[in-house]
Design a protein around this ligand. Structure first.
Ligand code: BES
Ligand code: ZN
Ligand code: ZN
Length: 484
């Protein structure tokens, strides 16, 4: 039987840059919005169509060499991402229509850029083109012909090698998070990470099983994973380029499905919890890209992977769990499982690797989604410089971050009475969760990225389509690059 799932990772469009147009290739033209000089009539017609120039608008031209007009608005680089994404979607549907009409499918198209579009514009356009047409479907239908190549017609250059790896990281993270949880067991996640990262120089992937986790005392991972028929794993990715001195530890929440456990979630929306390993996915995809780009920084990725499920062997509210390293946690709510698995991984990673800084990424709290909405990630950090590094890295790749406070007056609430730490004491959810994690990091500079909001989208915007967004993967690559 054919595997009902799309291949992971999926294939990205090929990008070419050229200053000449190949005849016969369908052509799109990018157009800025009319300026005052254009007067009230607006822009001149092309093939009988008057372009609007509005970013995100794509108009079809019935005759002539140019088949699509894609608006870039005021021409800011950001608008090029929007234009690229809208364009690739329009071109893909045109291809589908052609096939339906019995015509031979074209597999490539070209985009003519305005003269004044420089490197930054080209890179933003490339993000839009590479990711805007992203799809993940599981169907019985034969795969349809899809676009293979896009040629950018410009005399300028951009760093497309970097954009390609960043886009591939976002797409791979989306693939992992979109994969349904009946397939995506912790073992599947570990095997997929090993398969995809395998063969890249200086990168090794190790998966530890439940037996190893028990021997080593990973009480948090075992408690959370204990209710599932699919046992937990710890995925460790080690990138060791020669000569690098700085060592960064990246830790990602890898909950392959979150029912809430015995503190079970309401049925409405529970299905969305298949993306509860989006933080782990971002880390796996980022480390792969960091190695592929040969960045001169040592990086260790750690993903504690477990399914938070309901059964006779589930952990319970009221349990006291001993983490890796010995600290104990009083469980208040089994739905606060992310921090349980992260606590083990943070202590283990810091003790074993002695990193210069630690960054974790997790779909940790619903509260964060309420605070910042679904397009901005929350950054908690023990050092201003690290928080700023994350925010700036995000700006460079088009991901928005907002700094959140580690409020000292709440630090007491996570200290325990029966155990060392209290897992779910109430109070502002995102902040309290961050303060809980801080109990496990010691003195190493640390940033915690809560991506519960932006890890998923229910609307199309910029280069994002509904489903998993791959959020944080690009920021993490760019963050690591800032240490090179
Ligand atoms: N995975 C959820 C957080 C989440 C919610 C992610 C919505 C994405 C969208 C997490 O494990 C969780 O359930 N957190 C609880 C913690 C609470 C019980 C202390 C929450 O935020 O409600
Ligand atoms: Zn939960
Ligand atoms: Zn969760």
């Amino acid at each position: 039987m054919r595997n009902p799932l799309p291949p992971v990772p999926g294939k990205l469009l090929e990008l070419e840059v050229s200053d000449d147009l190949r005849r016969g290739t369908p052509l799109a033209k990018l157009i800025a919005a009319p300026s005052e000089e254009d007067g009230d009539a607006g822009l001149a017609e092309i093939g009988g169509v008057r372009p609007t120039g509005k970013a995100g608008d794509v108009q079809t031209v019935p005759t002539g060499a140019v088949r699509w007009l894609a608006g870039v608005g005021d021409g800011e680089p950001k608008q090029y991402r929007k234009a690229g994404a809208a364009l690739v979607r329009a071109v893909s549907s045109a291809l589908e229509e052609d096939v339906k009409a019995g015509q031979k499918a074209f597999r490539s198209f070209a985009v003519e850029l305005p003269e004044d579009a420089g490197a930054e514009h080209i890179e933003e356009l490339a993000f839009g083109l590479l990711l805007g047409g992203y799809r993940f479907t599981v169907t019985a239908e034969e795969p349809k012909p899809t676009l293979r190549t896009v040629r950018l017609i410009t005399r300028h250059e951009g760093d497309l090698e970097r954009v390609r790896e960043l886009a591939a990281a976002a797409a791979f993270a989306r693939d992992l998070a979109n994969t349904p949880s009946n397939v995506k067991t912790p073992a599947w996640l570990a095997d997929t990470a090993a398969r995809v990262a395998g063969g890249i120089p200086n990168l090794t992937v190790t998966a530890r099983d439940e037996k190893w986790l028990a021997e080593q005392g990973f009480g948090g991972v075992l408690a959370v994973g204990g209710g599932s028929a699919a046992p937990p794993r710890l995925i460790e990715l080690e990138y060791r380029p020669r000569g690098a001195t700085t060592h960064l530890l990246l830790v990602g929440k890898g909950i392959t499905f979150d029912t809430g456990g015995l503190s079970i979630k309401p049925a409405d929306g529970m299905h969305l919890m298949r993306t509860d390993m989006a933080g782990g996915a971002a880390i796996i995809a980022a480390v792969r890209a960091i190695a592929a780009l040969r960045l001169p920084v040592k990086v260790t990725g750690l993903v504690p992977a477990a399914e938070n499920h309901v059964s006779g062997s589930s952990y319970r509210p009221g349990d006291i769990v001993r983490h890796y390293g010995g600290k104990t946690t009083e469980v208040g709510n089994t739905d606060a499982e992310g921090r349980m698995v992260l606590a083990d991984a943070l202590v283990y990673g810091i003790k074993k690797h002695k990193p210069d800084a630690v960054i974790d990424a997790a779909t940790l709290t619903g509260a964060m989604k309420v605070s910042l909405g679904v397009r901005t990630g929350g950054v908690f950090a023990t050092e201003d410089a690290l928080a700023e590094r994350v925010t700036k890295a995000g700006e460079r790749v088009g991901e928005a971050w907002w700094r959140m406070p580690l409020l000292e007056d709440l630090a007491e609430t996570v200290r325990g009475s029966l155990g060392d730490v209290r897992q779910a004491p109430g109070g502002p959810g995102g902040i309290v969760a961050a303060l809980f994690l801080r109990e496990f990091v010691g003195d190493v500079p640390w940033a915690h990225l809560d991506i519960a909001g932006p890890a998923r989208a229910d609307k199309t915007y910029a280069d994002v389509v509904p489903g998993a967004t791959g959020f944080a993967a690009r920021t993490l690559v760019e963050l690591v690059a800032s240490y090179a």
